[in-house]
Design a protein around this ligand. Structure first.
Ligand SMILES: Cc1cc2nc3c(=O)[nH]c(=O)nc-3n(C[C@H](O)[C@H](O)[C@H](O)COP(=O)(O)O)c2cc1C
Length: 160
């Protein structure tokens, strides 16, 4: 039976997502992008799972360096999420819009996000137009607690 594309799209868009800024660093080059396909995958060890476009700049940087950060945006940071999915002036240019520091693993940590974790890559599935990365959480910085930005509040779609 052929896949019902409309049903598939409607149903997959029901999966709730947060909005995060994934940070990557390779040598002196940093980059970041908005990611929504993110979830936790294990308590012990603490794992996160994130799907990253196969043709993105950051995908190659994660493959080559084996690490990435995930910055958790606050509910009022929709504008920042928009900065990090739009085309940029050179790799890393999006960080001109946001103060950041480098974490213990050398990955970009946004100063104004709720906080961030840094992860080491422990697995991946490269099949289709995204690569599913599994990262083990190695560091965690909570800047302040609060409501996190959710995709459903933005009117944007990524999925289906
Ligand atoms: C709402 C929204 C959610 C997104 N979620 C993801 C995601 O989970 N994974 C991904 O690879 N790209 C996602 N993107 C697209 C990336 O942010 C975008 O392709 C970005 O330009 C990639 O940057 P890079 O090529 O510099 O790595 C999303 C875009 C939007 C608008």
């Amino acid at each position: 039976m052929p896949l019902d594309a409309d049903a598939k799209k409607t149903l997959l868009r029901k999966i709730p997502h947060g909005l995060f800024i994934c940070g990557v660093a390779e040598g002196d080059t940093i980059n970041g992008f908005t990611a929504s396909w993110v979830t936790q995958g294990s308590f012990e060890p603490p794992l996160v799972v994130m799907a990253v476009r196969a043709d993105s700049t950051s995908n190659g940087m994660i493959q080559r360096t084996g690490r990435f950060s995930l910055n958790v945006l606050a509910a009022n940071q929709k504008d920042l999420a928009a900065v990090f999915f739009k085309p940029q002036q050179g790799v890393g240019g999006r960080f001109e819009a946001a103060a950041f520091s480098l974490g213990e693993l050398g990955l970009p940590i946004l100063s104004d996000a709720l906080g961030a974790v840094e992860c080491e890559l422990v697995g991946q599935v490269a099949h289709g137009d995204h690569t599913v990365f599994v990262g083990e959480v190695k560091t965690a910085m909570l800047h302040r607690d609060g409501e996190a930005l959710e995709l459903s509040s933005t009117g944007w779609n990524y999925g289906g």
